[in-house]
Design a protein around this ligand. Structure first.
Ligand code: ANZ
Ligand code: ZN
Length: 866
């Protein structure tokens, strides 16, 4: 050990040592408990900054800590290597996506190593390698055989600038998530994964993930979007046809004043054929189709429609209502047709106002107070209260009648011109035939029952979740293992012919569809079934496929008969701790859960859910903005490591904020972390020879040595429990800093003191090791450690040693016994005096008067003279 802390030298030494010893390589070992710690693998974009590095550092602390706690820890790393930026780089810099990706991986791997992250590099995976993506293809085929893959023509989000199809979630406010161009709809043949088959299970299992943040679970539940309602058949006037609608608000059936169809609804042509409305309707339909789904589904879209000239008959009361077409009704949801209730649905309300259609009120809030607020913000609250209420119908009814008489707002509502918006809340049904007077909750049930009984329709469940479109008209992705034969039609590539290798010799121009279309050797092939000529599919898979099962691949990364080795998976899975950004709260996590269930049903694994615990780390913020390349405020780890060393960079990230919170970058904070490590180094350097010579027992210590040992045990407890409880590394490090202050103030005199000091310093090295692993190794070695600090057990604290010894102090005032109090034995004079004068009984007698004299008989008695 050198006298001065030299982080670069220390870090190089220990990184080399770890690599040579293969310290972080692990094998399945059923005799030991396992711990699988995983950070979301990165896209090799070329450079990592401290915003990215933070998540890896958090994961690394957990992995190292669990290892010292006796677990067999799997902590792997790899590359989500397919994707758009590689192709964009190819267009811009004329570099092959494969080379660009490889160079980036090499550079980033160097950055990760520089940070001293304890990865098991032997398990590294790269999704752009045939060894990996062949299993995407294999899984695709297995899913195809199970009916979980299908092809259909569908309107997709098309980014004209990237010339690619975007998933719904890649469209942000109608714009491409990468380039921000406006997204337009386009009809294409697409491959889909049938994730909707798993909608119910994916939803139910959200209740079985207590280790996930509630926020993420809510996002998953909302994304799946289950709703319960009824499908009701409305006969079409003067026709044999019926119009089937889906509603969750059958309690509003008496308030229907018109119907709305999706522009794509198949009944439209026959409704208008040969009528005066035909031309207007068909024009509108064309226009609405061009508008695109995302926009049409958003709340802000201008509601537009056209009358078809036809009427439907409300099966509840026989009323005739006009059938309209409306842009905001989507063909993909429910039945593609709705009964419009402008009194109680805001979209219908806006539509009715615009086209002068009648508005009818059939639900009123339960009490007068509630009635007055009709804005939708109070809706949720109101729903909650009305659901919980179980007062009888009679009282509701009477309060209702009272308000009907006294409140002009409602009577006006019949004429509806004064209504400002729809009342979407729960309440009591009015003007609803035999159901009048029922609370909505009950009315819903009764009407659903009535509809089924009379054969007017049936109960139905709907999900917002759509099937997962995986086709991408891009080059840098997994080729879809399908070909098209003139004789046999769609044929999947036989298993033994996998992988379908992505050709390297392509021209990437950024124009047109998939660059693969132009690669004749690739496209032209023979049909494996009939031997005739066939063409290969030129679309590639969405890269979310790659990341949907990579965590399983890490368990047996070189398996070559199957995507995974079942035994390895059953030992390592589930992932005990998964760490990544909140931006993946919906898609990646949902797809990964879906794949896990599919692979279970393919009998590949025996597992329902992949991730037991999830930590979503906060952002790194600098100068008030999220650290990112585009904001120009990135701090590359290289800079920090060159100047201060990796341990300082790590310590700062961990100390500045708890993992789930945003971290505000501060150069002073980095300096502070560096100085702290320097202090620890100097302390160890100063005392190492003394504390190593004849490592003494920490028994028979005097009070000041005992206090140091006690503080050490307290620190062990604090650090351990803070890591264990929600990974509060910042408070753990704060406790370590306190201990270091105590050690610095400690003045050893005799061999017992040095024994106590040695104990404190060695525990410090152990406790510091997950956070600042390199310096900890060096300190540990200097303090006589015989092996890597990471092969040592995590320190334990002694509950007995933590307890402060207490003594009873007798307090006399003017010679009279006034109080007895318990104080810690080693308390210094001033601190003892403070306790005495703050004692309530003493206060009572001194009444704030200052004492003439205070006599202390150490550790026994205080005599105050006033
Ligand atoms: C009548 C009604 C009255 C409705 C009312 C709401 C309030 P969730 O919970 O999202 O499933 N809807 C049904 N299919 C639709 C489609 N294809 N496109 C657009 N909207 C559609 O909501 C179901 C409600 O969304 C249904 O209930 C229907 O409007 C509308 F006071 O029917 B409702
Ligand atoms: Zn064929």
């Amino acid at each position: 050990m050198e006298e001065r802390y030299n982080p670069q030298k220390t870090e190089e030494k220990w990184q080399k040592y770890w690599a040579e010893k293969g310290l972080f390589e692990v094998k399945e070992d059923p005799s030991r408990p396992k711990y699988y710690c995983l950070e979301m693998f990165p896209y090799p974009s070329g450079d990592i900054h401290m915003g990215h590095a933070r998540v890896y550092v958090i994961g690394d602390v957990i992995a190292r800590f669990k290892r010292m706690r006796g677990y067999n820890v799997l902590h792997p790393m790899g590359w989500d290597a397919f994707g758009l930026p590689a192709e964009n780089a190819a267009i811009k810099h004329r570099i092959h996506p494969a080379r660009w990706t490889e160079e980036n991986i090499n550079y980033m791997k160097g950055q990760l190593k520089m940070l001293g992250l304890s990865y098991n590099w032997k398990r590294e995976i790269n999704t752009s390698e045939p060894d990996y993506y062949r299993w995407n293809q294999w899984l695709f085929i297995k899913m195809f055989e199970r009916g979980l893959v299908y092809k259909k023509k569908s309107s997709v989000n098309w980014c004209p600038s990237c010339e690619t199809v975007l998933a719904n979630e890649q469209v942000v406010d109608g714009r491409c998530w990468r380039c921000e161009s406006e997204v337009i709809p386009k009809e294409l043949e697409q491959w889909f994964f049938k994730i909707t088959d798993y909608a119910e299970e994916l939803l139910m299992c959200c209740d079985q993930l207590p280790g996930w943040p509630e926020r993420v679970l809510t996002m998953q539940r909302n994304w799946i979007g289950r709703s319960e309602g009824v499908e009701v058949d409305f006969p079409i006037k003067g026709s044999e046809k019926i119009l089937r609608i889906y509603t969750t608000r059958q309690d509003t059936l008496y308030g229907v004043t018109f119907m709305s169809l999706a522009p794509e609804h198949p009944i439209i042509p026959e409704l208008v054929k040969g009528t005066p409305c035909e031309r207007d309707v068909m024009n509108f339909v064309e226009k609405a189709k061009r508008q695109g789904h995302i926009l049409r589904a958003s709340a802000e879209v201008e509601k537009e429609g056209v009358f078809t000239g036809a009427y439907a008959i409300n099966p509840m009361n026989g009323n005739e209502v006009p059938i309209w077409i409306a842009n905001f009704v989507l063909m993909e949801y429910g039945t593609g047709a709705i009964m419009a209730v402008p009194g109680h649905d805001q979209r219908d309300f806006e539509f009715a106002k615009k086209y002068g259609l009648p508005i009818k009120v059939v639900i009123v809030p339960e009490t007068r107070d509630e009635r007055q607020e009709t804005n939708s913000e109070t809706r949720d609250k109101r729903q909650e209260t009305s659901n919980n209420k179980n007062s009888s119908l009679v009282t509701r009814h009477s309060s209702l009648e009272k308000s009907l008489v006294t409140e002009p707002a409602l009577s006006l509502s019949k004429g509806h011109s004064s209504l400002k918006c729809a009342y979407e809340g729960e309440g009591v049904m009015v003007d609803s035939g035999p159901f009048t007077g029922l609370p909505t909750v009950e009315g819903k049930e009764k009407i659903a029952f009535y509809i089924e009984e009379k054969g007017l329709g049936k109960k139905a469940v709907n999900y917002k979740l759509r099937d997962w479109g995986i086709s991408r008209q891009r080059y840098w992705g997994t080729p879809i293992p399908v070909l098209y034969c003139d004789n046999c039609g769609v044929v999947t590539v036989p298993e033994e012919k996998l992988p379908v290798v992505l050709p390297m010799d392509v021209e990437i121009t950024g124009k047109g569809g998939s660059p693969l279309v132009g690669v004749e050797d690739f496209v032209k092939t023979k049909c494996p079934r009939c031997g005739g000529p066939a063409r290969r599919e030129t679309d590639t898979m969405d890269t979310f496929v790659d990341s949907s099962w990579y965590f399983l691949r890490y368990c047996s990364p070189r398996a070559d008969k199957c995507p995974i080795n079942g035994e390895a998976v059953s030992y390592w899975m589930p992932v005990d701790q998964y760490i990544g950004g909140i931006e993946h709260a919906v898609l990646h996590l949902l797809y990964a859960r879906f794949f896990t269930k599919v692979m279970r049903d393919l009998a590949l694994i025996n597992l329902n859910e992949p991730f037991s615990n999830l930590l979503t780390q906060g952002m790194v913020v600098k100068d008030g903005a999220k650290m990112s390349k585009s904001k120009g405020n990135v701090v590359p780890p290289n800079y920090l490591v060159d100047k201060y060393g990796a341990d300082t960079a790590r310590l700062f990230c961990l100390f500045a904020a708890p993992p789930e919170k945003d971290l505000d970058w501060s150069d002073q904070g980095v300096e502070g972390a560096y100085r702290f490590l320097g202090r620890v180094w100097s302390l160890v350097y100063k005392y190492k020879d003394k504390v190593n010579s004849g490592i003494g027992d920490i028994k028979d210590l005097d009070e000041h040595s005992k206090a140091l040992v006690r503080k050490t045990h307290q620190t062990i407890k604090k650090v351990t429990t803070n890591i264990e409880r929600d990974f509060h590394f910042n408070t753990a490090i704060a406790a370590l800093m306190e201990l270091i202050n105590e050690i610095m103030a400690f003045k050893p005199e005799n061999s017992e003191d040095f024994a106590a000091l040695g104990f404190a310093l060695r525990q410090t090295a152990l406790l510091l090791s997950p956070f600042a692993p390199h310096i900890a190794e060096e300190l540990w070695e200097a303090l006589g450690g015989k092996q890597s600090v990471f092969n040592e057990a995590w320190p334990r604290w002694d509950e007995e040693a933590i307890k402060e010894e207490e003594i009873e102090l007798v307090v006399q005032i003017n010679g009279k016994l006034r109080s007895r109090l318990m104080i810690p034995a080693g308390l210094a004079y001033e601190a003892m005096k403070e306790r005495v004068f703050n004692d309530p009984k003493v206060l009572e007698h001194t009444k704030g008067r200052s004492p003439k004299k205070v006599i202390i008989v150490k550790g026994k008695l205080v005599n105050i003279v006033i």
